[in-house]
Write a protein that binds this ligand. Structure first.
Ligand code: 3PG
Length: 209
């Protein structure tokens, strides 16, 4: 398995972050690290994404920083330039996947059904994001797809929370779960980093418990 993927698997939960202000990047990174999740998928849903990735990866080289909601090749370039070590997208765009492979950066595209998974397989991937996890059928859907695609592993994201986290992670075909419940935009925008740390810690305890 790819080294970055191994680290994602070890960490177990990928916080999906939407940052409106670059100033929040470092306190957020610190809260995540102190809460026990040295990882973030910083989404390109805001103009602050690139600079936030750069700030976090410069200040906390031990942290695993990826880029999320990557929809264009320019965003792939920006993410790599800023120091991201993995790329996530909500859906599977073959052009973006091929571009990431060419650039030698791990890519985890979103797949919501068997056709998406087969497209990922044909592009040489065996780990995909399952998105939007709860809305697209949850664990039952993953189990059904895993039965057919025996070598594929999944990273469910979308509707994962403290309550259903463990049921996902207990299934061996799941490498990690993604989610935003510990890093909601409301908490970030209100500067509630202590609360983020507490919820992060609870998520880690839930995962380990
Ligand atoms: C994502 O893009 O991966 C999702 O927005 C994260 O889903 P969640 O907000 O339901 O955790």
């Amino acid at each position: 398995m790819n080294e970055v993927l191994k680290k994602i698997q070890q960490i177990g939960i990928v916080p999906v972050v939407k940052l409106d202000r670059v100033e929040d990047a470092l306190p957020l990174a610190k809260a995540l690290i102190e809460g026990g999740l040295p990882c973030a998928e910083v989404t390109f849903r805001t103009a602050a994404a690139k600079d936030s990735i750069k700030a976090m990866s410069d200040a906390y080289p031990q942290m695993l920083i990826g880029a999320g909601t990557v929809l264009t090749k320019e965003q792939v370039d920006d993410a790599i330039e800023a120091g991201a070590t993995f790329i996530v997208s909500p859906g599977l765009n073959p052009e973006i996947v091929k571009y990431c492979i060419e650039k030698n950066i791990l890519v985890v595209p979103g797949c919501a059904n068997p056709s998406n998974v087969e497209q990922a397989l044909s592009l040489g991937l065996d780990v995909v994001k399952f998105f939007p996890a709860e809305a697209a059928g949850g664990l039952a859907m993953i189990k059904a797809m895993a039965a057919a695609y025996v070598n594929v592993k999944f990273m469910p994201t979308g509707g994962v929370n403290e309550k259903n986290l463990k049921s996902y992670l207990d299934f061996p075909k799941i490498v990690a779960c993604g989610g935003s419940w510990m890093v909601s935009a409301d908490l970030i925008n209100a500067g509630k980093f202590d609360e983020i740390k507490t919820i992060t810690r609870k998520a880690v305890n839930e995962m380990l418990g």
